[in-house]
Design a protein around this ligand. Sequence first.
Ligand SMILES: [Ca+2]
Ligand SMILES: [Ca+2]
Length: 252
Amino acid sequence: MRKFGGILTAMVTGILFIGMSQASAYTINDVFSTDTGNLYSGDRIGNYLFEIYGMDVTQSGNLLTFDIYSNFPGIDPVGGWTTYSADLGIDVDNNGTYEYGVAFSGINNLAVGSLYSVNTGLNSDLVLNGWYTSRYYEPNQRPSGYNYIYHEGMPVTIAGYNGNGPLSLGNVTWTDIDGNYPNYRISTSIDLNKILAPGFSGNITVYYGGATCANDYIKGSVKVNNPVPEPATMSLLGMGILGLLGLKKRKR
Ligand SMILES: [Ca+2]
Ligand SMILES: [Ca+2]
């Protein structure tokens, strides 16, 4: 019996270990709590719907894909404050200022999935380096009123969008994972050529403010390599152009 107990313990420990290692295997891990009852738990404040667990970042060619794991459904009314999803911020030189954003909620004239450049010079009481902060969105802002518990002054939904139009259009998808927590995988992809020079290899900082109240947020550094266009592709392209020119000449 003793031996059996030992084997059983080893099996249970093994299962637990696999479970734990899977839960924390994100590219960028965020502290998370499975407590759904309390307003302060782990690194989040407020309802458990704001909980962020982690972010996976994967690269294929010049396509960089972000998968964020969160309980946030994309829109959630809290009292009189309708919170939306914050945008994704990208800091290409790791200096704390986000030069690029991806629109996740599309509530300010940019379609969901738009990659945009930020007017980083813009600062005010409610705007930080071109990003509207959580305080900007709070109904009855201080000092006239203060009704909410949230992270003040965090860069969240859009943005010091420079007004020149999005750099590219794209998609953001909310996938209901399996009915458990985290509730959603939020996914989007960007073309690295829109934000980095060809041949760039190094770290960039990515940041997601969660909901507009920034009650949970995630930030981390990821290594990327923006490939230089292959010479073979370039010469094929060149041959194609020459071929077209030849065709044009012959037609005359
Ligand atoms: Ca968290
Ligand atoms: Ca920067």
